[in-house]
Design a binder for this molecule. Structure first.
Ligand SMILES: [Zn+2]
Length: 205
């Protein structure tokens, strides 16, 4: 396959990017000089060596900002280890931080598609359950906040997790709450403003 086609296919796999946009990206790269292209290629290559996935929350972090295999948030003793917020993607974390949240996180990696028999192929369900179980064993966990988008798939995922978490937590007086109120229907956590997030945090139930 020629490098142009190869790159178009690579860009088409990006979230929200279709064939036309993928072609536009490649045309732009073709219009750049070699130094500019090499700079982009170097940055992509450096992503792999400079970053790691956090062993606790599963977000990507820069190795020089974390402590061993954990990111700075998970390693921070000042965070409230009693509250665990489950979010869809890393971008949600920055936004929730701006809303004043000071608990810990777990990144699910997306939402569970409707009418899909194996949701664990799409989201980190098993990893979430083992995280919850180890937090309960450590005696720290009091509340799990399902910070999922107010979309159809977000609602579906919330119900699914609620059902699966219940038997794991009911004997340990851990509550599951959601950010339902405050987030308008159809909205994604990533795009909600800090004020809305702060309200949703206060109004969680
Ligand atoms: Zn982490």
């Amino acid at each position: 396959m020629d490098p142009i086609e190869r790159l178009i296919i690579a860009f088409e796999r990006f979230p929200g990017i279709g064939p036309r946009q993928a072609r536009r990206f490649v045309s732009f790269l073709l219009s750049q000089n070699n130094a500019a292209r090499n700079d982009i290629a170097d940055s992509i290559r450096a992503l792999g060596s400079a970053t790691a996935t956090c062993s606790r929350c599963h977000r990507w972090f820069l190795k020089n900002t974390g402590v061993g295999s954990t990111c700075a948030v998970c390693a921070d003793p000042k965070r409230d280890a009693g509250v665990l917020m489950v979010v869809e993607k890393e971008a949600d974390i920055d936004n929730v931080e701006r809303g004043g949240y000071r608990g810990l996180y777990f990144v699910l990696g997306g939402t569970a598609p409707l009418a899909e028999e194996h949701p664990e192929k799409y989201i980190r369900m098993r990893e979430l359950f083992s995280r919850v179980e180890s937090d309960i064993a450590a005696g720290a966990l009091k509340e799990i906040i399902l910070g999922l988008s107010a979309t159809t798939e977000g609602d579906h995922t919330r119900l699914l997790l609620h059902e699966e978490l219940r038997p794991r937590i009911e004997t340990n007086s851990v509550v599951v709450s959601t950010l339902g109120r405050g987030l308008s229907t159809g909205s994604e956590l990533e795009y909600a403003d800090p004020e809305t997030i702060a309200q949703a945090l206060q109004g969680r139930k």
